[in-house]
Ligand binder design. Structure first.
Ligand code: AMP
Ligand code: GLY
Length: 423
């Protein structure tokens, strides 16, 4: 099999790496890929942007691509799956109508309400003064969300009315472009977040191991939100009993509601949950793709061949692949970021020590890196994901941090407390 992986993050490096472990996968092409996929044996980068659908379709036909796997939400929301399917290609990732579950928070909220999926109470606004009066009536804390895709920056958890009003002015003022035409204002939930990613072929839906991300930049979960600074799986807070409720009340309910709207949703459905101290949960958001960095801890634990699972989703025969096989134990990943992220940072810094880290037994997935004349350079905010599996969390985390001890680049930043809840 030849597979084309669309994207250039740590998630896509992990997907390419896992696919290449399957004996049926002969070659993986990454569009556009990063320094990690450029260095991965069996993989190569091809110079197409994630929105260059025509370029990728041509490449896929010329090179006999058997499966296209779409990593990020942006091309899914733009309809890459519809486009490539119309050209006769097999694509892992939902069609444009299905990607609305992530691309419009107002649309997703309506779907959740219709399907009876537990979620925060919310209202949708298109007008600043109506939104302001709603906030006055509800009080704080309150959560203000731009409707559309905003690279993880469109959600403001406001502790004061002034903060909430600033968020409204920023979003309606065009800070996120048309993503801010609608604003969702919702009740602020407290508890622990869990990411439940599930594979679906539109009929069968099967969760992967529950994972926990660390969204904030600072230790002790402080400071600004990021794309995610580290993750571990399986998250113990998601007990079997909780996962059974998520299966029926969230995953199956969402797929049924999508089907009611005429949407045959195939790919990953990712439910971001808030679990209250009492053990109840609500859905914070849905994503239409694998999580990043959750994928970097889930795929190392997965024993069922990923290519077969993805094809089974595309061809609607996922039930024949169950149950999924998992390595026992735990996985952890720690993100190494450029100093200044999620704000401004500089790129192009040489990275040393990746091989030395890997010789200790960790796997280093690249995110914002590039390969320039046999030197790996930083090329983004989140740079590397140092990942380890072990029989228990303490060993997996210690091993990831030991690997980090070998790696260096100027202004490297990472959180030293990834996994603090399980230690
Ligand atoms: P979202 O993109 O909707 O998942 O929001 C991004 C992050 O904002 C989440 O991972 C949470 O940390 C936070 N968040 C979103 N909605 C809420 C809410 N209703 N209550 C508290 N925090 C929230
Ligand atoms: N790690 C959060 C996300 O992928 O949305």
């Amino acid at each position: 099999m030849k597979v084309l992986v669309v994207g250039n993050g740590g998630r896509e490096h992990a997907i390419a790496w896992k696919l290449l472990q399957s004996k049926r996968v002969e070659r993986v092409f990454c569009a556009p890929g990063n320094g990690g996929t450029a260095s991965l044996s069996g993989a190569e980068n091809i110079p197409y942007g994630v929105d260059d659908f025509a370029g990728m379709a041509d490449f896929a036909h010329t090179n006999g691509i058997d499966l296209v796997v779409v990593g990020p939400e942006v091309p899914l929301a733009l309809g890459i799956t519809d486009y490539l399917q119309a050209q006769g290609l097999k694509v892992f990732g939902p069609v444009k109508a299905g990607a609305q579950i992530e691309a419009s928070k107002a649309w997703a909220k309506a779907l959740m309400q219709e399907a009876g999926i537990p979620t925060a109470k919310a209202a949708v606004f298109t007008d600043l003064s109506a939104a302001k009066s709603y906030i006055q009536s509800q009080g704080v804390p309150i959560v203000v969300k731009a409707d559309g895709l905003a690279a993880g920056k469109g959600v403001i958890v406001a502790q004061t009315v002034a903060e909430a009003e600033n968020a409204l002015e920023m979003i309606f003022g065009g800070a996120f472009g048309s993503a801010g035409n609608f604003v969702v204002i919702e009740e602020c939930l407290v508890g622990q977040e869990v990411s439940v990613l599930a594979l679906t072929d539109g009929v069968t839906i099967v969760p992967l191991l529950p994972a926990q991300d660390h969204k904030r930049i600072g230790e002790g979960d402080t400071g600004e939100n990021t794309g995610g600074m580290g993750a571990y799986a399986p998250a113990p807070i998601a007990t079997d009993e909780l996962m059974a409720r998520v299966q029926t009340q969230v995953l199956e309910a969402a797929i049924a509601a999508l089907r009611n709207r005429g949407i045959d949703y195939r790919g990953v459905l990712y439910a971001g949950l808030m679990v209250s101290p009492q053990g109840d949960f609500r859905v914070l958001e849905f994503n239409c793709r694998f999580g990043d960095p959750e994928t970097q801890v889930l795929l190392p634990m997965l024993l069922t061949p990923l290519d077969e699972l993805m094809l089974a989703c595309v061809e609607q025969r996922l039930a024949s692949m169950l149950p999924l096989q998992w390595q026992p134990g735990a996985a952890a990943t720690v993100v190494l970021a450029s100093g200044g992220y999620p704000g401004n940072y500089t790129k192009g810094k040489p990275i040393s020590g990746i091989r030395e880290a890997e010789s200790l037994g960790v796997t280093v997935f690249h995110a914002g890196t590039k390969l320039a004349s046999s030197q790996i350079l930083t090329d983004g905010g989140r740079v590397l994901n140092v990942t380890a599996t072990a029989p228990d969390f303490a060993t997996a985390l210690a091993s990831a941090y030991a690997g980090i001890g070998k790696i260096a680049f100027e202004q490297m930043y990472f959180r030293r407390d990834i996994g603090h809840r399980v230690l």
